[in-house]
Design a protein around this ligand. Sequence first.
Ligand code: PLP
Length: 341
Amino acid sequence: MKAYVPGSTIPGAAKLSSNENPLGPSPLGVQSIRDILDGINRYPDGASTALRTELSKIWSTGMENILVANGSDEVFTLLAAAWIGSGENALGAKETFSQYRYAVNLFSAEMREVHLEEGLYPLDPMLEKADSATRMIFICNPNNPTGTYHSHQEIDSFLARVPADVLVILDEAYADFADAPDFPDTAKLLAAYPNLVVTRTFSKLYGLAGLRVGYAVGTEEVISGANRASLPFNVNNLAQAAALESLGDEDFCQRSLNMVKSEKTFVSSELEKRGLFYYPSQANFICFDIGREVAPLWRAIAERGIAVRNLQSFGLPRMIRYTFGERQENIRLFEILDELL
Ligand SMILES: *Cc1c(COP(=O)(O)O)cnc(C)c1O
């Protein structure tokens, strides 16, 4: 198995390489941690009851339909633990988040990966790779690292063609940022397809990447199966409290979403001015082509103040994934690119 390659940075650079929230963590989340610090001599609630209760209201579903874990990374591993093993296979894309591959390979199963189709997640080509040993399909929507998405209609008609005994994991880590009117309404899809499980995270919009909280929504059968693979106290007290409070932090969420919206417009138009190809983004980052390999330039860009994501490990060596920063950071990025390219 290959080791995970994280987005890197150097001291002094603005880290815009891991799609974290540049505005910081949710202030209400941080306050809730201060309030309970004196209670960390106690084990956490292993069932994350308060957080699951709140999430089940948001999703109009039951608590038994929600799994909270130590980041959505852990959700993928728990689902794979419950669903797949040696001699079986899962389907996914090549140019996508690497944790699906990791989770599947960890349980000695095969990951069958297909190239994106013009930047889009390869739904139909994946299905062509399915056979009787296929157990899981991973879809990243919007896709990391391209920021591209499939519409409600497209995901719906795909799900209609997937055999009922194959689990489809729809990773919506960036759905909070999607503003396309035809972006999937996954609560509706969950009601229609019992073999669908949707994952979300507190690491991006809510600014809690360092605490590690993510969750899945699915049928009781899928959720309880994955839960049995989990360690008893996988989500710590502080993470549970901060995630719960951040859900109600409307002011912080709105400020973050407004920033992403205006900076997406700004960065996209600066890329257009320079004739640099980019994928239209539905996420808090953008993926663009600099026409030559990024790796030899990465350090020079970082030394000038901005750490970007080199996409070599994603199979896109000439592309940069850039998390939208605040305006002065985005202006700086283009000064640096103008100097170096
Ligand atoms: C960041 C990210 C996640 C979130 O992972 P956590 O483990 O919850 O921090 C999940 N999927 C994708 C595609 C991501 O980019």
